[in-house]
Design a binder for this molecule. Structure first.
Ligand SMILES: NC(=O)c1ccc[n+]([C@@H]2O[C@H](COP(=O)([O-])OP(=O)(O)OC[C@H]3O[C@@H](n4cnc5c(N)ncnc54)[C@H](O)[C@@H]3O)[C@@H](O)[C@H]2O)c1
Length: 264
């Protein structure tokens, strides 16, 4: 097992990539703390219990620094010192052009997707550095590389995560801590299944693999980055996108933008 005797905390664990990652980290031997805004995170814990893994849960908003402080303290009490942090929680609040994006939607996307990861790292990094071992994985997006039509807050927050990732590496690599970003393309989660089919199909057509990614594929990459084996991978941006970024200049082409507008 890759993660025996490790304690891992993962945000956004109620569903999608976060839920799949929680299950894989537990299968690899970690004791897992599940964080989400939704009480449904208890269902992830129940699914883990059914496969023989105990998990601790904490329901809080990662955008709220004070709640993050309390939540991490509570998880430490239940699980012990935190070895692994996966910053996975993320949102898209608004799909609109730059001119039509509301300041509120922009601010919430930055607050959750970027500041949320900062708050979490800020809480765990000191004790991690003192113990001279740690793994942080930030879930960014291929949107960080090429931007994304009609999702400026999302793309900017995901690009900001890359700067956060690299700075943590620069400051803490000598403490035995790695901090890496994974950049998923389109992954088959509930959120993506609910997208208008025309947009989803256009994105698949731009993916050389001609399919959506699986949540388990992302989860196993995260588990590897969280393991001892990945100790010399640091400050990296690792796409997991079936090659989609190679066609990034076509993403949001006139056809898709048109489809997005019609969907609004
Ligand atoms: N699904 C994709 O195709 C895809 C592609 C690229 C990147 N990503 C990124 O992967 C991550 C997971 O995506 P997903 O598709 O599984 O999303 P999802 O919406 O299915 O799950 C996100 C989880 O985060 C939780 N969350 C949202 N805001 C929160 C907050 N303020 N505090 C605590 N928890 C909060 C939600 O309740 C939810 O359980 C996100 O960061 C997303 O941007 C997803």
């Amino acid at each position: 097992m890759l993660l025996e005797n490790k304690v891992a905390v993962i945000t956004g664990a109620a569903r999608g990539i976060g839920r799949a990652t929680a299950l894989v980290l537990a299968q690899e031997g970690a004791r897992v703390g599940l964080v989400d805004l939704l009480p449904e995170v208890e269902e992830t814990a129940a699914a883990m219990a059914r496969s023989g893994h105990r998990a601790a849960t904490a329901v809080f908003d990662i955008a709220d620094a004070a709640r993050v402080h309390e939540g991490i303290e509570a998880l430490r009490q239940m699980l012990g010192p935190i070895d692994i942090l996966v910053n996975n929680a993320g949102i898209v609040t608004n799909v609109a052009s730059v001119a039509r994006m509301t300041p509120e939607a922009w601010q919430r996307e930055i607050a959750v997707n970027l500041s949320g990861a900062f708050h979490m790292i800020r809480e765990i990094i000191g004790p991690m550095a003192a113990r001279k071992w740690g793994r942080i994985v930030n879930v960014s997006s291929v949107a960080a590389l090429g931007g994304l039509h009609n999702q400026v807050g999302y793309a900017a927050s995901k690009a900001g995560l890359l700067g956060l990732t690299k700075t943590v590496t620069l400051e803490h690599a000598r403490d035995g801590i790695t901090c890496n970003a994974v950049l998923p393309g389109l992954i088959a989660t509930e959120l993506v299944s609910a997208m208008p089919a025309e947009i989803r199909d256009s994105a698949v057509a731009l993916t050389p693999a001609r399919r959506l990614g699986l949540t388990d594929e992302v989860a196993h990459l995260i588990a590897f980055l969280a393991s001892e084996h990945a100790g010399f991978i640091n400050g990296a941006e690792i796409p997991i996108d079936g090659g989609m970024r190679l066609n990034a200049s076509s993403l949001g082409s006139r056809r898709e933008v048109g489809a997005t507008r019609r969907a609004l």
